[in-house]
Every structure is written in structure tokens, then in C-alpha cells.
Design a protein around this ligand. Structure first.
Ligand code: ADP
Ligand code: PHD
Length: 587
């Protein structure tokens, strides 16, 4: 491995070896739009006082929908499109392709084959660290280029353009360009290989999306080094010990596995200090598949595991929003920033549509008493929202060190408003693209097997129920509208064995969340009266067993109206001097 190029302005980080780690996670749109700002205005402000570790997602443009991960998933789909096949069988391919297939078929894809020459299976990179030439260009006798290849071209030019626009040092840029070319060739080889075997397993799909985080972190490492920050690229694919047996077992992805990830990744990152590690949020082979078991947004979880493993002082999640608001600020103009929120409330909000942080993130850090802070890349001086490990902390008291005070928060908290806020629910959220499945038992006598029959069917098809409302002979379930139509039809046919089934589409779940609601009288009444007065029809109602969430299902067309109505009636702080507010009351 050739040594990484050292730019002339590289600053040797001289942090106290006893200093605590600070983990900063940057999402796809932040890395895509503000990579230079992240280096200049964010990371550089923390490295003198903390050991900083950075976790990045795959780059996105203006939205996640147009981002690298979605393009990679599109490429994976294109591989299996019949009319896309180059000429069908390996017999039509040149020997060049055959020779590259063996290495491309490795489940961890390209880098695993390139890492073979490295002294350790743990792969670490600073731009220029890999030897070139790990891949052979593919050519097909048919001469037609499959559409996944054009998708790879889009990714290649997007990353090359980003590199050219932000890395000034010509040597660093050349090394980065080479890395991007090699990764894109590796991706192409991997996709060709899966096309030959005509199958993409969940594990292969995971490997394909992993290219996104690798590319993003290589670009980010080069930008940091170009800006004089001594950074080191760290890919996690071969870090986490996992057996073949575990990989096919969906049960092993529990806390024991997460603890293993946390300590393996932390051990690797400790070796980087005083360099700033730039870590792929993609963490490689995972029991039962990362996409299936954790889902999109998995880099938040990796950042949490790393923070837990390192015993970090704080996990910062940088977004393009100032923090968690009392409602989605894009939909409710009067929404306020929440300075401190409990982990349970934050998790509940993320499950029910306010997808600011992946819902699995909270548990991993909070169990180690590490606070999470949501901050805005475009507004780095503000305090953001702290998800506090002590759920009973007072909003105006920050008991664990200077970093958790809420300095320069753009929201001015006047004592009267603060007092009022403590008597309100915390936030309202909406989850769209919901279907309600209702089953009415056709039995005329006591039917103890009814619910078991219904849930047995849902379990067989892996359907996750977001909300449920039930009686002995009737059950309504709100589920995400993400099932393939054929699968949904099959689920409905099976459910019909238990009774009459109705399917209501284009629905939304509206949830009012707040830990103080446990002690409030009248909040549910106020919520439903408000909806009734606003002519919003309610399809089903459910109050979570944890009593911090009251939810109902409404028509999706009413979603934004209902959100604003509930925000106004249940969450609005009265202007000073206003009188006559009707509940909810604390007792
Ligand atoms: N209660 C909420 N507080 C803050 N943001 C929310 C809330 N509910 C929904 N959102 C939305 O979540 C998004 C999260 O921030 P952003 O960084 O843009 O997301 P992403 O990581 O998906 O690019 C924001 O665009 C915001 O509109
Ligand atoms: N790139 C992955 C993982 C991720 O965490 O993304 P983000 O941090 O942009 O939500 C995805 O798009 O799902």
C-alpha cells in the first residue's frame, strides 16, 4: 500500500490522549451539499478540544430520493430486468469478464478482493492508500451496455464532479479520482456478476448500497486532508465479526450483536487517534441483512454504536433542520424547536413520521448515558435539540457539562412560556402512506383463535403493524403502504379465512406525543374535539401502552390540516396576557 499523500498544509492534531471522543454523524444531503462547510466550519471547530470521529452516509443531492443509495438500489433492480440482460449466459461473455467475476462475486464486493494484499483484514484508507488496478474492465460481446451500467456512470460522474469541485490539491485530487474510478469499476463488476447468476440476495443488495458510504467517506477524507485536517478513511466491512451461520439467521441481530459491533468498531477507531477517522456508516454483513433488519437511515445506528463503544461525550447528528420541532416545520409554520426531549419521545416521534433520527439510535446511546444532539449544518452555532438520557431533566437545567447547555439557541425561552410548555404535550407528528386493514370475525360464538389467526398471517408475510385497535371479534390495523400489490392481495386472501376484510388506502396516522400526557386530563378530549370541529374524519383511535402517545388514523388528504389544527389547539403557547385556554390540565 503506497503511503497517503500529505498535503503541505496538513495540521498534526495534538489533542490530549485522555480527551473524550465526540462522534459527529453527517447525513447524505449534508455530505452532498455541504462537505466543504463541514470541514471548514464544523470539524475544524471541534478538533482542538475533542477526539473527533466522523460517520458519513452516502451522498445525496437536494433530496434523499435522488441520492446515491437510491441510485444504487435502482442499479440493483436494473440487474434483474430481463430486457437488460447483455446476452443471457456466461457463454456470451469474453474471458475478461469471466476472470473478473470470481472476485466480484465476493459478498463484500470489490474492496474485499483488494484488501487481500493488506496485512490485516481491517481495511483502512487515506486517499491513495490502495494499490490501483484491482479490477478488470468488463466488455460484452453483445456491445450493448445494460442500464445499470448507465446508473453507475451517473454515480461515477457525480462523485468525480464533487471531488473536482472541492479538493484543491492536485495530488490529493488525482488519488481520489483513481479511488472513485476503481470503486465504480468494482461496483460494475459486482452488478455484472449478480446479473450472471440472475439473483440478488438481501446480502448482495446490502453490499451494493455499501458502495455509497465508501465513496462518500473517501471524498470526505480527501476534503478534510485538503483543508489541513489529518483524517483517515475507515471502511467497516471486515471489522464486525460475524459467522456464516449468523448471517442467515434473522434472530441474531439483537443487543449482543450490537454490543459486538460497538466494541469492534470502537477498537478500530481508537487506533486512528490523533487522526480524525472518517467512518462508513454502512457496517457490512449483518445477520438477516442490514436493509431488512435496520432499514434505511442505518448510519445513525452505526454512529450510536460507535459513540457507545468509545464512551463518547456526545453523539452529534447533523441535519438540515435546527433540531426536533413541535411539528414538522415544513408543514406547520408555527412549530417551535424543542431544546431537550426524552429518548422515549424522540423514538416515538421517529416511528410515527418525524424521521429526524433512525428510531434504533436512541436506545444504544442512552443506555450508556450519552446524550444525542441534533444540529443544523447550515446553522452550526445554535444549540439544536438534545435527546437527554435523563428523561426527567428540566428544560432549563443542563446537568451534564458545558456541551449540553443550550447555547445561542435561536428560540428565546421566556419563563412564562417555559412554564406553559411544561404543561403541554411535546409534539405532534404525521405518518403518511398508510393502509388500514380491518377484519371482522365471521364466527358467531367466542373465538379465542381469531387474533392468533390474524397475526399468524401478518407474521408469515413480515407485515409490521404500526397501530392496532381491537375487540374480541373485530380488529383494525394500520400498516405502511409499502407492500407489493401481489403480496398485499395474498395477505388479504389469507386474512379472509378469519372473517370479512376491508382495506382502506390513502390514510395517515396522526400522533400526539409527550411524556407529560401521562399526568394530563383532557388532552385526548381536546385532540378529538379539535379534529371533529375541523371536519376531520377519524378512522381508528389508539393510545400507546406507554401512555406517551395518542394516535388516530385519518384520511391522508386531511393530514396537513389536522397537523396544524392539533398544533394550534394542543401545542401552541398563548401570547403573554392571553386568557381562556381550554385544557389540557396537569394534576
Ligand atoms: N418534528 C420534526 N422536527 C424536525 N424535523 C421534522 C419533524 N418532522 C418531520 N421533519 C422533517 O424531517 C426532515 C429531517 O431533516 P433533513 O436533514 O432534511 O433530513 P434527511 O436526513 O432525510 O436529509 C426535515 O426536512 C423536516 O422537515
Ligand atoms: N445512505 C443510507 C443510510 C443513511 O443513513 O442515510 P441518511 O443518513 O442520509 O439518512 C440511506 O440512504 O438510507
Amino acid at each position: 500500500m503506497s503511503p497517503p499523500r500529505t498535503p503541505p498544509n496538513l495540521h498534526q492534531n495534538t489533542i490530549d490522549p485522555e480527551a473524550k471522543w465526540l462522534v459527529q454523524k453527517f447525513g447524505g444531503t449534508s455530505v452532498g451539499k455541504f462537505a466543504v462547510k463541514i470541514a471548514d466550519d464544523i470539524v475544524s471547530n471541534y478538533i482542538d478540544q475533542h477526539k473527533v470521529a466522523i460517520v458519513c452516509s452516502a451522498r445525496s443531492g437536494s433530496t434523499k430520493a435522488l441520492g446515491t443509495t437510491n441510485l444504487l438500489l435502482r442499479a440493483a433492480k436494473e440487474v434483474l430486468q430481463r430486457n437488460n440482460s447483455p446476452s443471457g449466459t456466461p457463454g456470451h461473455m469474453t474471458p475478461t469478464l469471466f476472470s473478473s467475476l470470481a472476485q466480484a462475486q465476493s459478498p463484500t464486493g470489490s474492496d474485499s478482493s483488494r484488501a487481500q494484499g493488506a496485512s490485516s483484514p481491517r481495511e483502512s484508507y487515506t486517499p491513495g492508500g490502495f494499490t490501483p488496478g484491482g479490477y478488470v474492465n468488463l466488455s460484452l460481446t453483445s456491445g450493448r451496455s445494460p442500464s445499470f451500467s448507465s446508473t453507475v456512470d451517473v454515480l461515477r460522474s457525480e462523485h468525480l464532479n464533487a471531488a473536482r469541485a472541492s479538493v484543491r490539491d492536485p495530488g490529493l485530487l488525482r488519488e481520489l479520482e483513481l479511488e472513485i474510478e476503481q470503486d465504480c469499476d468494482g461496483l460494475r463488476s459486482f452488478l455484472f456478476a449478480t446479473q450472471v447468476i440472475d439473483e440478488i440476495s438481501p446480502r448482495s443488495r446490502d453490499s451494493i448500497i455499501g458502495f455509497g458510504e465508501r465513496l462518500a467517506c473517501k471524498v470526505m477524507t480527501a476534503i478534510l486532508r485538503d483543508r489541513g485536517i489529518d483524517a483517515e478513511y475507515v471502511s467497516l466491512e471486515n471489522i464486525v465479526p460475524v459467522t456464516e451461520e449468523e448471517l442467515s439467521d434473522t434472530e441474531t441481530l439483537g443487543q449482543e450483536f450490537y454490543d459486538r459491533v460497538a466494541s469492534a468498531v470502537a477498537e478500530r477507531i481508537q487506533q486512528c487517534a490523533p487522526r480524525v477517522p472518517v467512518v462508513t456508516g454502512f457496517f457490512g454483513p449483518v445477520p438477516g441483512s442490514l436493509l431488512r433488519q435496520v432499514g434505511r437511515g442505518y448510519t445513525d445506528l452505526l454512529a450510536a454504536l460507535l459513540a457507545a463503544g468509545l464512551g463518547a461525550s456526545e453523539l452529534q447528528i447533523w441535519k438540515e433542520v435546527d433540531g426536533i420541532f413541535t411539528a414538522d416545520p415544513r408543514k406547520v409554520p408555527t412549530a417551535r424547536l424543542i431544546p431537550v426531549i426524552s429518548p422515549e419521545e424522540a423514538a416515538e416521534l421517529t416511528y410515527y413520521g418525524s424521521e429526524v433520527v433512525h428510531p434504533f439510535t436512541m436506545e444504544q446511546v442512552i443506555r450508556r448515558k450519552i446524550p444525542i444532539r441534533i444540529k443544523n449544518v447550515e446553522n452550526p452555532q445554535d444549540g439544536g435539540t438534545v435527546i437527554h438520557p435523563d428523561p426527567d431533566v428540566d428544560v432549563d437545567v443542563a446537568p451534564f457539562g458545558e456541551d449540553t447547555i443550550i447555547p445561542g439557541n435561536s428560540t428565546v425561552y421566556k419563563p412564562a412560556a417555559q412554564k406553559q410548555e411544561r404543561m403541554l404535550p411535546t409534539a405532534v407528528t404525521i405518518k403518511e402512506r398508510i393502509i388500514v386493514l380491518s377484519v371482522s370475525s365471521n364466527r358467531k360464538s367466542v373465538s379465542h383463535g381469531f387474533l392468533a389467526g390474524v397475526f399468524g398471517t401478518l407474521d408469515r408475510y413480515g407485515v409490521v403493524v404500526d397501530l392496532i385497535s381491537t375487540s374480541e371479534v373485530y380488529v383494525s390495523m394500520a400498516i405502511e403502504d409499502s407492500l407489493d400489490k401481489r403480496i398485499l392481495d395474498r395477505v388479504v386472501r389469507e386474512l379472509q379465512k378469519n372473517g370479512t376484510v376491508t382495506v382502506s388506502k390513502n390514510m395517515a396516522i396522526l400522533s400526539l406525543v409527550g411524556k407529560r400526557m401521562r399526568n394530563m386530563v383532557g388532552v385526548a378530549g381536546l385532540m378529538f374535539t379539535t379534529l371533529g370541529q375541523g371536519n376531520v374524519n377519524i378512522e381508528m383511535i389508539s393510545q400507546g401502552a406507554n401512555e406517551i402517545n395518542i394516535s388516530c388514523v385519518i384520511d391522508a388528504r386531511d393530514a396537513v390540516k389536522a397537523l396544524n389544527l392539533i398544533h394550534q389547539s394542543c401545542l401552541q403557547i398563548k401570547p403573554e396576557g392571553a386568557r381562556g385556554r381550554v385544557g389540557p390540565w396537569l394534576f
